[in-house]
Write a protein that binds this ligand. Structure first.
Ligand SMILES: [Zn+2]
Length: 289
């Protein structure tokens, strides 16, 4: 089964990108079809929020999920509650890696924060996994039956340290599964169009993932993490690339680069058994912003 990213609007107005099987049913909603949107009941292996649909103000407008960026904590709490509520998730059942730009991936069969980790895998429906991102790549991995799932945070340092390789290795050792059947999906993140770095930093990265344009250097985080998946044994057709560059689309996403460091974070979410996006409308026909 092939998966792709689909822009969705959840019931309370939260805008997100959800993974969906290609050609999956879109049940037309009679009330909504005139507005160019369609109702659907998506069974999604994973989702990444955008910055739309929350209550934060200023540079955190509006769906910031991070307490660490200078936003009003009350707004962050409300945003997190809105997201969990729209997906029917219990906030107390969230497991999250601390995110230290490293490559440690752990198995999480219960909730709570995992110190020093940047990725988690789980086969328990009692817990959902999340990472927070604003340019870094949220890397999803899941089995075709959606029962086993994993999620990692991959910025430049974590990518260079092989966090996606470790995510797949942990998945393989924890669940003894056939890697060639797994699906890996990279969520919205900064693209090779916008990720400029200096020549010194570029010289330490995989050569085929750095492009030189008019004497400037650009890192391709997407390719770097995609290659790690392929080298671990994932089939090319099972690697889903990001639907958008967060820096190019800084009106829709928080982008560390585009907003010069003062910005919020998106939430990436996955759960063993999948997420049920009941009543979500799929935005189509030029409204794919
Ligand atoms: Zn870009």
């Amino acid at each position: 089964m092939n998966y792709s990213w689909r822009p969705v609007e959840l019931l309370n107005g939260i805008r997100a990108f959800a993974l969906a099987p290609e050609g999956s049913a879109r049940e037309s909603g009679p009330a909504n079809s005139a507005a160019g949107a369609e109702h659907t009941a998506l069974e999604s292996p994973g989702l990444v929020t955008t910055r739309r649909g929350g209550v934060s103000k200023g540079p955190f407008e509006s769906l910031n999920v991070s307490f660490r960026v200078g936003d009003d904590p009350a707004s962050v709490k409300e945003n997190r509650a809105l997201i969990a509520g729209s997906l029917g998730l219990d906030q107390g059942a969230c497991a999250r890696p601390e995110q230290v730009h490293g490559n440690l991936v752990l198995r999480a069969d219960g909730p709570g924060d995992r110190a020093r980790a940047d990725g988690l895998v789980s086969a328990s429906g009692d817990v959902w996994l999340s990472v927070h991102v604003a340019d870094c790549v949220p890397v999803f991995v899941f089995s075709p039956d959606l029962r086993r799932t994993g999620l990692a945070h991959a910025g430049r340092k974590g990518t260079a340290a092989g966090v996606t390789t470790n995510l797949l290795n942990m998945f393989k050792s924890a669940f003894r599964c056939d890697v060639s059947q797994l699906i890996v999906a990279l969520g919205p993140s900064v693209g090779p169009c916008c990720y400029e770095l200096d020549s010194h930093t570029a010289s330490h990265l995989r050569r085929e993932c750095v492009a030189q344009r008019r004497g400037r250097f650009f890192f391709d985080l997407w390719k770097a993490n995609g290659l790690q998946a392929l080298e671990a044994g994932v089939r090319e057709e099972n690697v889903v690339m990001p639907p958008a560059c967060t820096s190019c689309k800084a009106d829709l996403f928080f982008s560390h680069r585009a907003h010069k460091g003062t910005t919020g974070r998106q939430m990436a979410i996955t759960r063993s058994g999948g997420l049920r996006l009941k009543g979500a409308s799929v935005r189509e026909n030029g409204r794919r912003d």
